[in-house]
Ligand binder design. Sequence first.
Ligand SMILES: Nc1ncnc2c1ncn2[C@@H]1O[C@H](COP(=O)(O)OP(=O)(O)OP(=O)(O)O)[C@@H](O)[C@H]1O
Ligand SMILES: [Mg+2]
Length: 247
Amino acid sequence: MLNVKNLIKDFGKVRIINSTDFEVQEDEIVSLVGPNGAGKTTLVNLVSGHILPTSGKIEFFDRDITFASPYRRIKMGIARNFQITNLFENNTVLDNVRTCLFSIYAKIKNGFLPAGRYRTITREAVNILDVFGIADKQDLFPPSLSEGDKKILDTAMAFALKSKFLLLDEPTSGVATGDKFKVMDTIISAIKRENLACMIIEHDMDIVSDYSDRVLVLSEGEIIADGIPNEIMEQDNVKEILFGVRT
Ligand SMILES: Nc1ncnc2c1ncn2[C@@H]1O[C@H](COP(=O)(O)OP(=O)(O)OP(=O)(O)O)[C@@H](O)[C@H]1O
Ligand SMILES: [Mg+2]
């Protein structure tokens, strides 16, 4: 589904992503792990189109999207959240999701939206909140949500963009340790129910082992391991990079 080939990104004279190759298959849940500054968010930005590579190629369903705009990629089914959540604080939870749906569906003529279309969008927004288990919070404003529910709403909004592939940059950052698994359960069960693929950046290795089909380990812009969680965590170079264990 997603095919990244020999991707390179330089910021000035510094090579941040170095000859990276990887694939993500349909329905696959892949974790991207690595130390602070390894280039994880940069890689997500390259796949979502928020930055462009120095060289290399990105294909999505065999189409070359290397230089496609973020908007075109969203239309094709690639959506993302942001490491820092991106919610509209003065709109209700329901309106946050509705805004995403308007952005892809609505052809607003002269500032008006046909009532039928409005009702359909509202119904779909409530369905999405239901899939993510926060429909009961639809009338609240984001500042009154828990950190966990903010993260779930943020993911629900990326999901609302009709994505086939979700890029989730630290979906549990800022969430209290005791709530992290609940947040991940909610997000991952929604993703599985809809048969989506996703790539998740996550620092907590317990979460990575519990929820991923495959793990990519990024270190100084290079993928140094790619495989199933239990095997990856046993590799000496991975232990050294992730846990500082020298063998
Ligand atoms: N726009 C930019 N211009 C110059 N350097 C950048 C830019 N964006 C990121 N970098 C540098 O690229 C490196 C990788 O940053 P990136 O944010 O991708 O790391 P990360 O793996 O997501 O880290 P973290 O775990 O802290 O989120 C860092 O050294 C960062 O300073
Ligand atoms: Mg990051």
